[in-house]
Design a protein around this ligand. Sequence first.
Ligand code: NAD
Length: 328
Amino acid sequence: MQILVTGGAGFIGGHLAQQFAADSHDVIVLDNRDPFYDLDIKQHNVEAGQAAARNSDGSYEFIEGDVRDAELVTDLVADADYVYHQAAQAGVRPSVKNPRKYDEVNVDGTLNLLDACRDEGIERFVMASSSSVYGKPQYLPYDEQHPTTPVSPYGASKLAAERYACAYSEVYDLPAVALRYFTVYGPRMRPNMAISNFVSRCHNGEPPVIYGDGTQTRDFTYIEDIIDANMTLLHEDAADGMAVNIGSTDNIEIKTLATEIRDQIDPDLDLVYEERHDADAEHTHAATERAEELLGYDPDHTIREGVAKFIDWYRDNRDWYEPLVRQS
Ligand code: NAD
């Protein structure tokens, strides 16, 4: 099976490509190595995929290129059986400064892939969407029927992209699924996220910094549970044409998370509070009944278990990873 993973040098795409290669698939990664965060992490992601292919009957090829390049995308999709589209301009706060780039990459880039997938008749197009499509909660947990009123350009761009995917499924019979991820964490995670920052600061004897009063809540989702959900879509067609929440359901307040991490690393530290950013969602919480019913989704990791695994990984990889978190 040949699988095209866009954004495969990134955090989630990197784990996906690694797993596909380990499972003896032929993986093509398309990624433009966007300098949104340090490229050393992306290099580690690529190397993990290459190592997985060496230890299996699979293969791994890295193509440096842009999803906005329609010709390149068309060529790559022509050889693929499946497309897992993870490439995106990520990040809620930076999207407020540069909304047009989010539109060009996240919407136009997705349309390039969808056009190519429709023309080639691939097995399935699976795209990374986000809990950011929901915006201010009218009720929690969000189910997929919850109104979608994103409060950031990032959320708006992810919503537009997933609506196109579902429309292509309807109009052109393209098997397409959008997985709405809820804050993902784990080894090699983006360095500029709350969990990597809390862990890094605590390891350096510095109090974790919380933006706002810390009563914001999240369903932090461990990367292995995200990968499992994606793997199911290699053989499951029940979610075609739909958006599906993929979250941990182990909802936690940010200050409780910070306390948990602090207690696991350095219980003597205080917590520090700074001003909250308006574009950040106050609460996200996933209803996962649709994922359970259609994909057999059953996340394995509570936040405590996932954080403990991440801290173990962090300690083993501190020499190269920590400086990248510190400078982010
Ligand atoms: P990431 O930034 O680590 O990975 C995205 C990758 O896409 C990067 O390697 C980047 O170089 C690549 N990329 C960016 N623009 C590109 C372009 N124009 N052409 C080709 N490649 C390009 O982010 P991530 O956390 O791994 O997120 C993966 C996907 O999951 C994204 O679509 C993101 O919106 C979505 N998502 C992530 C989270 C999370 O918590 N990490 C939550 C919800 C949704």
